[in-house]
Design a binder for this molecule. Sequence first.
Ligand SMILES: Cc1cc2nc3c(=O)[nH]c(=O)nc-3n(C[C@H](O)[C@H](O)[C@H](O)COP(=O)(O)OP(=O)(O)OC[C@H]3O[C@@H](n4cnc5c(N)ncnc54)[C@H](O)[C@@H]3O)c2cc1C
Length: 301
Amino acid sequence: MNTFDCVIIGAGPAGLSASLTLGRARRNIALFDDGTNRNRVTQESHGYLTRDGIKPQQFKEIGLNEVKKYPSVSYFSTTVTKINHDQKTALFIIKTKGNQLFTAEKIILATGIQETFPIPSIREYYGKSLFNCPYCDGWEMRDKPLIIIAEKEAFAMHMVKLLYGWSRDLVVATNGTKLSDEALEQLNKRKISIKTEPIKNLIGDNGYLEQVEFESGEIIQRSGGFVVPTFHRPNQFAEQLGCKVLEDGVVVTDSAGRTTIKNIYIVGETEKASSSSLIVAAADGQKVATSVNMDLAIERF
Ligand SMILES: Cc1cc2nc3c(=O)[nH]c(=O)nc-3n(C[C@H](O)[C@H](O)[C@H](O)COP(=O)(O)OP(=O)(O)OC[C@H]3O[C@@H](n4cnc5c(N)ncnc54)[C@H](O)[C@@H]3O)c2cc1C
């Protein structure tokens, strides 16, 4: 079996950027991806210099085409289901959905994160009229009547302060959580409406929000908004391989992507299990790839 210098799991901006750097460094790498990138639900991506407004699928295709130009890069469109660390050889054995096996000296985990929403029907609107990141989609939603859905007071207050720069027509909905007097005072002072009762229903057309119904039966008109989901890694690869993971889900690294287990690197949103952006994930990918390449260079010199 051909042993790769490095296997990269995930071809979001983090994994693609790492692959580009390693391909250009003439490393023999395999890149795996199963098309579950977090932004696949959205219509346009914003804020990535030179690519503002690009469709997520087009962004990915451009990245993949650039990476595939380098002859030492192999790309596999499939899901990695298992990673074993062979203690005798120190190699990683990577198993895919189709039961294919690959071996590698080093691995980069770049599988990103996924959302869990306080109200499951948010998913129908997510990426079209409900979003998470004002830097990504605030401009498109500027001056619209918006709802902020956040169950924790700290997250609700953080989002309302941030979003106030894009729209002043805001309703904060906590889906059942009471707010402190201090928070209520701050919101009332700015005439921001507060709904602490649970949300019963989101009403709209083809992903575009029109109304929000509360348990009391009250219905308000809103044409979009921002939600605060919880984020999680879609797999337990880091934990299963013995990498140190903090209670809040952050994988411990040396800040250059090296985990606490030799030859396992982690990159992009998957490292901290929290949201960032395409450009930050891509920059991170380049940084971690240089760690992998330098480690290989030193070990083999
Ligand atoms: C609705 C929405 C809108 C957004 N808009 C913007 C925006 O306008 N601008 C911006 O900068 N950011 C935006 N983002 C955020 C952006 O998508 C993320 O910051 C970025 O994708 C993180 O990159 P990543 O490489 O860490 O993870 P991802 O892009 O999520 O990539 C992870 C990759 O890993 C792959 N993968 C996962 N598990 C496996 C497995 N077991 N086997 C094989 N492959 C696997 C997935 O297929 C995926 O392609 C948006 C996000 C959302 C949800």
